[in-house]
Design a protein. Sequence first.
Length: 116
Amino acid sequence: QVQFVESGGGLVQPGGSLRLSCTASGFPFSTSIMKWYRQAPGKERELVASISSLGRTINYADSVKGRFTISRDNDKNTVYLQMNSLKPEDTAVYYCNTRKFTVDYWGQGTQVTVSS
Protein backbone atom coordinates (compact mmCIF):
# COMPACT_ATOMS: atom_id res chain seq x y z
CA GLN A 1 0.00 0.00 0.00
CA VAL A 2 1.00 3.63 -0.38
CA GLN A 3 3.13 4.83 2.51
CA PHE A 4 5.04 7.99 3.28
CA VAL A 5 7.63 8.64 5.96
CA GLU A 6 8.07 12.33 6.62
CA SER A 7 10.80 13.95 8.64
CA GLY A 8 12.63 17.21 9.18
CA GLY A 9 10.11 19.32 11.03
CA GLY A 10 10.82 21.14 14.26
CA LEU A 11 11.05 24.46 16.04
CA VAL A 12 13.00 27.22 14.32
CA GLN A 13 13.40 30.95 14.85
CA PRO A 14 12.09 33.43 12.28
CA GLY A 15 14.55 33.71 9.43
CA GLY A 16 15.78 30.18 9.94
CA SER A 17 15.72 27.15 7.67
CA LEU A 18 14.42 23.60 7.68
CA ARG A 19 14.51 20.77 5.17
CA LEU A 20 11.59 18.37 5.05
CA SER A 21 11.89 14.89 3.56
CA CYS A 22 9.21 12.44 2.47
CA THR A 23 10.18 8.90 1.50
CA ALA A 24 7.52 6.99 -0.37
CA SER A 25 6.72 3.36 -1.07
CA GLY A 26 3.93 1.26 -2.52
CA PHE A 27 3.50 3.07 -5.82
CA PRO A 28 5.60 4.07 -8.86
CA PHE A 29 7.22 7.14 -7.35
CA SER A 30 9.33 8.05 -10.37
CA THR A 31 6.26 8.53 -12.56
CA SER A 32 4.19 10.40 -9.97
CA ILE A 33 3.56 14.07 -9.35
CA MET A 34 4.41 14.87 -5.75
CA LYS A 35 3.11 17.72 -3.64
CA TRP A 36 3.64 19.35 -0.27
CA TYR A 37 0.64 20.74 1.57
CA ARG A 38 0.37 22.45 4.94
CA GLN A 39 -2.36 23.02 7.46
CA ALA A 40 -2.23 25.64 10.17
CA PRO A 41 -4.50 25.50 13.22
CA GLY A 42 -8.00 26.58 12.34
CA LYS A 43 -7.22 26.85 8.64
CA GLU A 44 -7.82 24.72 5.59
CA ARG A 45 -5.09 22.58 4.15
CA GLU A 46 -3.27 24.47 1.40
CA LEU A 47 -0.99 23.46 -1.43
CA VAL A 48 2.55 24.69 -0.90
CA ALA A 49 4.49 23.22 -3.83
CA SER A 50 4.31 20.56 -6.51
CA ILE A 51 6.86 18.82 -8.71
CA SER A 52 6.39 16.70 -11.82
CA SER A 53 7.74 13.18 -12.14
CA LEU A 54 11.08 14.24 -13.62
CA GLY A 55 11.24 17.55 -11.82
CA ARG A 56 10.79 19.64 -14.93
CA THR A 57 7.59 21.37 -13.82
CA ILE A 58 7.52 23.01 -10.41
CA ASN A 59 4.89 25.27 -8.89
CA TYR A 60 4.73 27.19 -5.63
CA ALA A 61 2.11 29.00 -3.66
CA ASP A 62 2.63 32.75 -3.85
CA SER A 63 3.22 32.87 -0.11
CA VAL A 64 6.39 30.73 -0.35
CA LYS A 65 7.86 31.73 -3.74
CA GLY A 66 11.50 32.68 -3.45
CA ARG A 67 11.82 31.07 -0.01
CA PHE A 68 10.92 27.39 -0.48
CA THR A 69 12.37 24.89 -2.93
CA ILE A 70 10.83 21.53 -3.78
CA SER A 71 13.02 18.78 -5.23
CA ARG A 72 13.05 15.02 -5.63
CA ASP A 73 15.40 12.08 -5.88
CA ASN A 74 13.72 9.30 -7.81
CA ASP A 75 16.51 6.85 -6.95
CA LYS A 76 15.63 7.30 -3.28
CA ASN A 77 11.85 7.64 -3.73
CA THR A 78 12.11 10.88 -1.79
CA VAL A 79 10.73 14.38 -2.20
CA TYR A 80 12.18 17.33 -0.31
CA LEU A 81 11.05 20.78 0.74
CA GLN A 82 13.83 23.21 1.56
CA MET A 83 12.39 26.09 3.55
CA ASN A 84 14.43 29.27 4.02
CA SER A 85 13.64 32.65 5.55
CA LEU A 86 10.92 31.08 7.61
CA LYS A 87 8.17 33.26 9.05
CA PRO A 88 5.78 32.69 11.94
CA GLU A 89 2.96 32.33 9.41
CA ASP A 90 4.72 29.25 8.00
CA THR A 91 3.85 27.43 11.22
CA ALA A 92 1.77 24.39 10.26
CA VAL A 93 1.73 20.65 9.88
CA TYR A 94 3.31 19.81 6.53
CA TYR A 95 2.13 16.80 4.50
CA CYS A 96 3.44 15.13 1.39
CA ASN A 97 0.85 13.97 -1.10
CA THR A 98 0.29 12.13 -4.32
CA ARG A 99 -2.88 11.41 -6.21
CA LYS A 100 -3.61 8.19 -8.05
CA PHE A 101 -6.70 8.33 -10.24
CA THR A 102 -9.13 10.13 -7.91
CA VAL A 103 -7.58 9.06 -4.61
CA ASP A 104 -5.33 11.32 -2.54
CA TYR A 105 -2.64 9.71 -0.41
CA TRP A 106 -1.13 11.58 2.53
CA GLY A 107 1.82 11.30 4.84
CA GLN A 108 1.39 11.48 8.60
CA GLY A 109 2.54 15.08 8.64
CA THR A 110 5.46 16.82 10.27
CA GLN A 111 5.10 19.85 12.53
CA VAL A 112 6.94 23.04 11.65
CA THR A 113 6.87 25.80 14.26
CA VAL A 114 8.45 29.18 13.59
CA SER A 115 8.76 31.17 16.76
CA SER A 116 11.23 33.23 18.74
